[in-house]
Design a binder for this molecule. Structure first.
Ligand code: PLP
Length: 385
């Protein structure tokens, strides 16, 4: 008999929602290039524009402020390049937070000497004093700060960041990939000039994302992809209508979940159980404002791979806090930036809940964890990377 699997890795990718599946099927089943003027083309165009309105609504923007990309990585690559500007001024520097996703840290197009990295405190929150000092030294910069961290769920103080960036004639580009659909991302909750989004963290398809230019005064760099002039010239190439349709539907569904009520209950229950099972467990960023769905922790003496593999065998999917794209455990620049000791870092794992998580999932996770802890008994950092 197949064991029931429990998927608790929504920050890596969230399962496709049934409503998004339906949208893919419907869009894939209709012919029509959205640029064509015939009935089929107009239907494709209508599908794209409906999705655009839904994605815009998720971050309280106007549809004409959204352009679709192949994901948040492309969105970051497209925006974080020399040539972007605000109020007619070109911005020739980039300031990033140390815990940004590699899509930002490695995806930008600035020369190394034009990039400043601002540290975070032990709680994972950006050091606002250092940000202010950096901007005083080098005003007129794009400040790229994520809303929520993918490894720890720690939220950044975007209102304060934007005030500092504005006072220094800069603008804020916010990677809201993990925040969108999980916490409110309206203009007040997520004040940013440009917002980057990804569909597959919301329950849409991978390979679909968006740039949202909320501030009218922002001018983007020349487009990365040139050709047919789609997406108002910002991103050439025939639109991926099924993926865009799914993005719109997933955004719409997720917009009803931004109170985080379901995932917060599950996450808090899990962390309470964890404290009982392993009183020496450390939850990273526990003292900071965090996403409601994320729990990043380490149990001293237990290597991340050991825990991830043992839970996988028990039917529970979680991830190593420092898993890189290859799936291997690498160095977590996030935990390193937070000053977490290497031994503890090697034990970092992440549980992330989502739209289809249930109380039963927490029970299975806790039971599996309890049996792994019983079995491991003598605790060793056997396979430390
Ligand atoms: N930013 C964050 C915070 C992420 O978690 C991810 C995905 O892992 C990305 C950017 C990249 O998104 P995409 O997979 O759509 O390129």
């Amino acid at each position: 008999m197949a064991i029931r699997r429990v998927y608790l890795d929504h920050n890596a990718t969230s399962p496709v929602r049934p409503e998004a599946f339906d949208a893919v099927r419907a869009a894939a089943g209709q012919a029509g290039n959205p640029s064509s003027v015939h009935a089929e083309g107009r239907r494709g165009r209508a599908t794209v524009e409906t999705a655009r309105a839904r994605v815009a609504a998720l971050v309280q923007a106007r549809p004409d402020q959204v352009f679709f990309t192949s994901g948040a990585t492309e969105a970051a690559n497209a925006v974080l390049r020399p040539g972007a500007g605000v109020a007619g001024r070109s911005l020739d520097r980039l300031v990033v937070c140390a815990t940004e996703h590699p899509a930002v840290l490695l995806g930008h197009g600035f020369e190394r000497e034009r990039v400043d990295v601002v540290p975070v405190g032990p709680d994972g929150v950006i050091d606002l004093g250092r940000l202010a000092a950096t901007l005083a030294r080098a005003p007129g910069a794009i400040v790229a700060v994520q809303a929520a961290n993918n490894e720890t769920g720690v939220l950044q103080p975007l209102a304060a960041i934007r005030a500092l960036a504005r006072a220094a004639d800069g603008l804020v580009v916010c990677d809201a990939v993990q925040a969108a659909g999980r916490i409110p991302c309206d203009q007040t909750a997520l004040p940013a000039d440009v917002v980057l989004l990804s569909s597959h963290k919301l329950g849409g398809l991978p390979g679909s994302g968006a740039v949202v230019v909320r501030n009218q005064g922002v001018s983007l760099p020349p487009p990365l992809l040139r050709g047919g002039g789609q997406e108002r010239g910002q991103r050439a190439g025939t639109e991926n209508v099924p993926a865009i349709a799914a993005f719109g539907v997933a955004a719409d569904e997720a917009s009803r979940e931004v109170d985080g009520a379901l995932t917060r209950t599950l996450r808090d229950r899990f962390e309470a159980e964890l404290a009982g099972l392993a009183p020496d467990a450390v939850v990273f960023g526990a003292g900071a404002r965090r996403l409601p769905n994320t729990s990043a922790f380490a149990i001293p003496g237990i290597a991340a791979e050991t825990l991830v593999m043992a839970l996988d065998l028990a039917g529970v999917s979680i991830s190593s806090g420092s898993a890189c794209a290859s799936g291997k455990v690498g160095r977590s620049h996030v935990l390193e930036a937070m000053g977490v000791e290497p031994d503890l870092r090697r034990g970092a794992v992440r549980v992330s809940f989502g739209w289809n998580s249930t109380a039963q999932d927490v029970i299975m996770l806790v039971e599996a964890l309890a049996s792994v802890l019983d079995r491991i008994g003598t605790r060793t950092l056997s396979t430390a990377a």
